[in-house]
Design a protein around this ligand. Structure first.
Ligand SMILES: Cc1ncc(COP(=O)(O)O)c(C=O)c1O
Length: 470
């Protein structure tokens, strides 16, 4: 009887179940290579295609991942994502994050992370700061931060923003958040309800798209060009749709690297006031310019309180400290503060103190100057390698990415699959498009990889693209 039931189970499912039992029982360990398709087929006396089908399903269900040309490896448990079919009750509470799904694949040529390599960050000084802070304030871990964040830090940041960025912001108009992503998420949760209209740049930062989409917003795209927006189009959209807010990333924009010029920044604030639309200005890359400082933030033109300004410091200080600031006028600030209190009761005080120590030190200026040079060299190397391809992009004047248009004969989805198998990752443009239509674009980050890796990785990428061209 047992055998009969067993025989009714499709062959590929038997392989699937066999492998899953080994993964869940711990016989096959995380990141361990599993038996090859050939070996498994011989062992189970089945056709290789049957085993391949099972392995592909295990990969789709996040139990396996692919590395190198033919190897399947066990996916670590922490990164498994429930899919609609796994568990309908759980899946309705799982928030989709397309970018982090790509980042979870371990690769040698990491072109998908718009993050600065830790070797280029001041990480070695932090152990010193950690000790200093714990010695000078021994009770720091025994206490909460205030919701708005450390007073001394906010005072220093207020003077810094006034002096360096022409942003007139009082310490009371600043709140410390745990990363820019937390501000985006809480803004979406707090200011947007189901069916509210939200304007998003096209393309846009994919984790912002996901945050607004999961809130049930009607998303209207605003085309972003190398020289900014079509302001008349934005006015039409605001008139027609009366959006709740416009989330934008106007300086060394992620993914394109474009920067919106000063005159348009001023016009946007006028439109926001005229049509009652909040502007959520995400300025995470503001300081990462190569030669010329960008125009003042949109926030600097805001006198009536229509802008929520976000400045994160993951890109060039430390992603691990999770320090970001939100600046806005009092009525908005009170709402954001109460959202922050519900989320986590305030950012960790130790991290804030360490940031304060470093950010206002001479080391910080030297670091930033060196980093700008290192990143511009990496960008140039990537461009030099890509020059051989005939692919198109606009060379950015700052930021961490190239936004590249591929010729139509290269299928991007297939390119990503093949690249992941060959230990290369990039971000497919589709996930940065609120309409999910930009299929011919990819984002290549030059900030995480070193110069040699950029050269060999891009060469490999171009070779694969050639091989799969239609
Ligand atoms: C445009 C943009 N906004 C926000 C974030 C999130 O930054 P944080 O690490 O401060 O949460 C990123 C990180 O990639 C980003 O590129």
């Amino acid at each position: 009887m047992k055998n009969q039931i067993h025989n009714e189970i499709p062959l590929f499912k038997q392989v699937y179940d066999f492998a899953l039992r080994r993964i869940e029982g711990g016989d096959w360990k995380e990141h361990e290579k599993v038996p090859s398709v050939r070996t498994m087929a011989a062992k189970m006396k089945m056709h290789r295609l049957t085993v391949l089908k099972a392995y592909q399903m295990l990969k789709n269900d996040n139990h396996l991942y692919v590395k190198d040309k033919s190897g399947y490896y066990v996916q670590p448990k922490g990164i498994r994502v429930f899919t609609q079919t796994d568990n309908p009750i759980v899946s309705s509470y799982v928030h989709k994050n397309h970018l982090s799904e790509i980042h979870q694949v371990k690769v040698d040529y990491q072109f998908s992370k718009a993050l600065v390599n830790p070797k280029l960050l001041p990480t070695k000084f932090f152990s010193e700061y950690l000790k200093d802070v714990l010695v000078s304030e021994p009770e720091i871990l025994g206490t909460y931060s205030t919701i708005e964040g450390d007073e001394k830090l906010r005072k220093h940041m207020s003077s810094y923003f006034i002096e360096k960025n022409n942003m007139h912001v009082d310490p009371a108009e600043l709140v410390v958040f745990s990363g820019a992503q937390q501000v985006i998420y809480l803004v979406a949760q707090t200011f947007v309800k189901r069916r509210d209209t939200v304007l998003l740049e096209r393309p846009s930062y994919s984790m912002a798209i996901d945050a607004f989409r999961q809130q049930g917003a009607e998303i209207i795209p605003v085309e972003l060009f190398p020289d900014g927006y079509d302001i008349a189009e934005i006015e039409q959209l605001m008139k027609k749709h009366q959006p709740r807010l416009f989330y934008l990333n106007p300086t060394f924009h992620n993914p394109t690297g474009y920067t919106v010029p000063a005159d348009q920044r001023k016009q946007l604030v006028e439109l926001a006031e005229a049509y009652g639309c909040l502007l959520v200005e995400d300025d995470t890359n503001y300081d990462i310019y190569f030669d010329e400082k960008p125009p003042p933030p949109i926030f600097s033109y805001d006198t009536e309180g229509y802008v929520i300004y976000i400045r994160g410091y993951s890109k060039y200080v430390s992603p691990g400290l999770r320090i970001a600031f939100a600046a806005c006028r009092a009525p908005l600030m009170n709402i954001l503060k109460s959202a922050k209190s519900l989320a986590d009761n305030g950012a960790p005080l130790l991290n804030q103190k360490m940031f304060l120590h470093y950010f206002f030190s001479d080391r910080m200026q030297t670091h930033l100057e060196k980093l700008r040079i290192a990143l511009s060299i990496r960008k140039e190397i990537m461009e030099e390698e890509l020059d051989k391809s005939g692919w198109k992009w606009v060379s950015p004047k700052g930021g961490l990415n190239l936004w590249v248009e591929l010729p139509g004969h290269i299928p991007v989805e297939r390119l990503l699959d093949e690249c992941l198998k060959n230990s290369i990752s990039f971000v497919p443009g589709e996930i940065c498009d609120p309409l999910k239509e930009r299929k011919a674009w990819i984002r290549l980050s030059y900030s995480f990889v070193n110069e040699n890796e950029i050269r060999s990785g891009v060469r490999k990428l171009l070779r694969i693209a050639d091989e799969i061209s239609l």
